[in-house]
Write a protein that binds this ligand. Structure first.
Ligand code: NAD
Ligand code: UDP
Ligand code: UDP
Length: 325
């Protein structure tokens, strides 16, 4: 169907989730017409409540494992639970979302000739044997473990994106996101940043898995969204895959100390068993993002943690005052 609208119509799947809600907000601010599609498995209406009255924003409850017929100019495909607790809750639905969801969104992109960006993950590298991880590294993934529904689902989705690109000339963009944190993370999703902050603010023990010496590199959400926008709208013409993440690497013990210091908490660190297939270290090689997108993270851990702690503090006080009423 011909587009008579001057504004570009953008579909964001998983738009009510952590990253999706920040992306919808950024797109609305930049003047796009946004259609947010979400089945609310891990997303929340609260994340997008402030956008609901905006004429440029529309919300549709829908599961992308079923076909979707809408007219759009660009698609950001974010739908998929991202934290181990959530994606392991119903592993078959997780892999269906990655694989069948990708087929449906690629079919939609093929029909509408929309450009489609897929949010893949650093998990495609598995427990990496190359460090830091460049996009050319093929990964070290267990195909039958507890994390496989997510890791292999995401790997298969990447394959589908590149096959639709080669076979049907679909205009694709694939981004591999490394650990990202910030306001609107789910407080109970079991991810390390939300866990540590909630534990510190509530005076509970800080749970370190294993010896706490495994490393991660955390990117603040605003930097990540900027990377997604550059990947979708930049003049580079690159299908990807491209790593987006903050290369500053630290151990989980370092993270716990930083959270304790910034919250003024007296919580104690306790050590618990390491979950299976937990990667030992992870750090993105972002030279491609720097070269092709002119992108690099701007917000470092101290500032990012400050903003995230402020968000969780206000969430806790809202829950407390609701309880008192
Ligand atoms: P999230 O769980 O907050 O958001 C995912 C959203 O997708 C939720 O709103 C959920 O309800 C929705 N959803 C799930 N299955 C769906 C389905 N079948 N149909 C429609 N909607 C569905 O997670 P997030 O952190 O915002 O992650 C967004 C994307 O980024 C995911 O694809 C994830 O794999 C990827 N990613 C995130 C990170 C990170 O650190 N946050 C890292 C790597 C990759
Ligand atoms: N699809 C969709 N919306 C569209 C076009 C297609 O959800 O606007 C779905 C369609 O139901 C199909 C999938 O996308 O299951 C793949 O579409 P494609 O055209 O590649 O395959 P085909 O329909 O030929 O199987
Ligand atoms: N982790 C931890 N304590 C927690 C939650 C997580 O020590 O309360 C560890 C976890 O074992 C992993 C790292 O922190 O080594 C990052 O975990 P997360 O689930 O946030 O991300 P991912 O493993 O997917 O990178």
């Amino acid at each position: 169907m011909k587009n008579y609208s001057i504004r570009q119509r953008v579909l964001v799947t998983g738009g009510a989730g952590f990253l999706g809600s920040h992306l919808c907000e950024r797109l609305v601010v930049e003047g796009y017409d946004v259609l947010c599609v979400d089945n609310f498995f891990t997303g929340a209406r609260d994340n997008i409540a402030h956008l609901l009255g905006n004429p440029r924003f529309e919300l549709l409850r829908h599961d992308i494992t079923f076909p979707l017929h809408v007219e759009v100019d660009q698609i950001f495909n974010l739908a998929c639970p991202a934290s181990p607790i959530h994606y392991q809750f119903d592993p078959v639905q997780t892999i269906k979302t990655s694989v069948i969801g990708a087929i449906n969104m690629l079919g939609l992109a093929k029909r509408t000739k929309a450009r489609i960006l897929h949010t893949s993950t650093s998990e495609v590298y598995g427990d990496p044997q190359v460090h830091p991880q460049p996009e050319s590294y093929w990964g070290h993934v267990n195909p039958i473990g507890l994390r496989s529904c997510y890791d292999e689902g995401k790997r298969c989705a990447e394959t589908l994106f590149f096959d639709y690109h080669r076979q049907h000339t679909v205009d694709i963009r694939v981004v591999r996101i490394f650990n990202t944190y910030g306001p609107r993370m789910h407080p109970n999703d079991g991810r390390v940043v939300s866990n540590f902050i909630m534990q510190a603010l509530q005076g509970n023990d800080i749970t370190l898995y294993g010896d706490g010496m495994q490393t991660r590199s955390f990117c603040y959400v605003d930097d990540l969204i900027d990377g997604l926008m550059r990947m979708m709208y930049g003049p580079h013409g690159l299908p990807g895959p491209i790593n987006i993440g903050n290369p500053h690497e630290f151990t989980m013990v370092d993270l716990a100390r930083a959270v304790l210091a910034q919250t003024d908490s007296r919580s104690q660190m306790v050590f618990q068993p390491l979950p299976s297939d937990d990667p030992r270290q992870r750090q993105p090689d972002i030279s491609k993002a720097v070269e092709y997108l002119g992108w690099g993270p701007k917000i470092q851990l101290t500032e990012g943690l400050r903003r995230t702690i402020e968000y969780f503090r206000s969430q806790i006080s809202q829950v407390d005052s609701a309880r008192r009423q």
